[in-house]
Structures are given as C-alpha cells and as structure tokens.
Design a protein around this ligand. Structure first.
Ligand code: PRP
Ligand code: URA
Length: 209
C-alpha cells in the first residue's frame, strides 16, 4: 500500500506475537511495547536530514554527521500512545512532546478529545504521531487534523497494528502522512476491534478493563 511501511523485522514480529497472546502479563506487555518502540523509532527516523559538524577525535579533526534542523516532536495519543513514546524518547531524548487526549466512544466509535498540549512552533518541526492501534482510524485522523490546525505540515504516523479499513480511512484523509506499522491485520470486528489484534491496548498496558 502506498505510503505505508510494514516494519517486518524479525525482532519486531517475535515481540508482537508475544504481545498478542492473551496470557501475556501486563508487565511483559508494557516491556515489549517499549522494546518494539525502539525498533519502530529506528525505522521512522531512517530518513531524517543530516548535516555535519567539525569535531576533533583523539586522532584528528573531522567533519562528522549530525541531525539537521529543529528538534522533532513525538505526539502521543493518550493513553496507549505513551507506551510507544517512552522508548522513542530513549532514542531521541531531546525530542519535544505533544500529548493528545482522545478516547473512542464505544457506541459511535468516534474520537472524543479531552486534552491537547503541544509545542507552539509545530510548523518548523517533523511531528511523529504515535498510537499502537489504527482501527477505524477515527482517533488518528482526529489527532493529525488537530496537529495540522496547530501548524504541523510534516508528519508521520507510527502504530503497532493496523486494520485495512483504518489504513484506507487514514490515507484518504491524510495522504501526505506516511504510516509505519508492525503489521496489517485481517479486519475490524462489529465492535471496531482489530482482528486478530491484541485486544484493547490501553487496558492491556495499564491493567484496566
Ligand atoms: C485506542 C487506541 C487508539 C484508538 C484506535 O484508544 O490507543 O487511540 O483506540 O481506535 P480507532 O482507530 O478506531 O480510533 P482508546 O480509545 O481505547 O483509549 P485509551 O488509549 O485511553 O485506552
Ligand atoms: N483500540 C484498541 O486498543 N484495540 C483495538 O483492537 C481497536 C481499538
């Protein structure tokens, strides 16, 4: 699918399988999500722009590569996005962070916003939106729409699992935003859950129900 990258690295796929298993504990689920986020972060930042800086090694002076431009922003869609955010911040500790509080209304499956806080100068930064699940994509579409309203022009979306319906919806609303996912599952069920999926990501991360 155009604009969609499936991160099919063996470590990602192995960890994802353990996360899908309903017998996996909350503690393991959280740890695995953090570990996978490191690998997804590696992929989504692969084409960041570089420049060089003059440094002195113990042996000689060299022009060494460093990241160019303003610090990037990770935008976490609460709650479950925080599970991906944590690992990403380990790899890019200087990144700025936006929090977007959204929950899915269980009847309508529409995204309901309850919180938004982001750096003020989004127009100058790459914004990487993180949320483990792209189901109907109502949440992802709402999150990206809001970020664009606040000035973001250069965005990417990272998730763990996507439904084909969600990818279709998201890419039709935001064709300019590349999607990175560890897997594209079969379909959505009648309640809007990804099948086979892993259940409710937020509940599995935090032990709620
Ligand atoms: C989950 C998930 C996404 C959303 C995906 O969050 O983390 O944000 O559902 O579904 P969609 O693509 O159909 O919008 P949820 O609303 O359950 O909130 P939570 O993270 O607080 O549990
Ligand atoms: N949100 C989740 O956490 N899981 C799904 O399968 C769909 C939406």
């Amino acid at each position: 699918m155009q604009g969609v990258t499936v991160v099919d690295h063996p470590l990602v796929q192995h960890k994802l399988t353990i996360m899908r298993d309903k017998n996996t504990s909350t503690a393991s689920f959280r740890r695995l999500l953090r570990e996978i986020s490191l690998l997804l972060c590696y992929e989504v930042t692969r084409e960041l722009e570089m420049t060089t800086r003059t440094i002195e090694t113990p042996l000689e002076t060299m022009e060494a590569p460093i990241l160019e431009g303003k610090k990037l922003v990770f935008a976490s869609v609460l709650r479950a996005g925080n599970g991906l955010l944590e690992g990403m911040l380990e790899l890019v500790p200087a990144a700025r962070v936006a929090h977007i509080g959204l929950y899915r209304d269980h009847e309508t499956l529409q995204a309901v916003e309850y919180f938004f806080k982001a750096p003020s100068d989004l127009e100058n930064r790459l914004v990487i939106v993180v949320d483990p699940m792209l189901a109907t994509a109502n949440s992802a579409v709402a999150a990206v729409t809001k970020l664009k309203e606040r000035g973001a022009t250069n965005l990417r979306f990272v998730c763990l699992l996507a439904a084909p319906e969600g990818i279709e919806h998201f890419t039709s609303e935001h064709p300019d935003v590349p999607v990175f996912t560890a897997a594209i599952d079969k379909c959505l069920n009648e309640k809007g859950y990804i099948v086979p999926g892993l259940g409710d990501a937020g509940d599995r991360m935090y032990g709620t129900k």
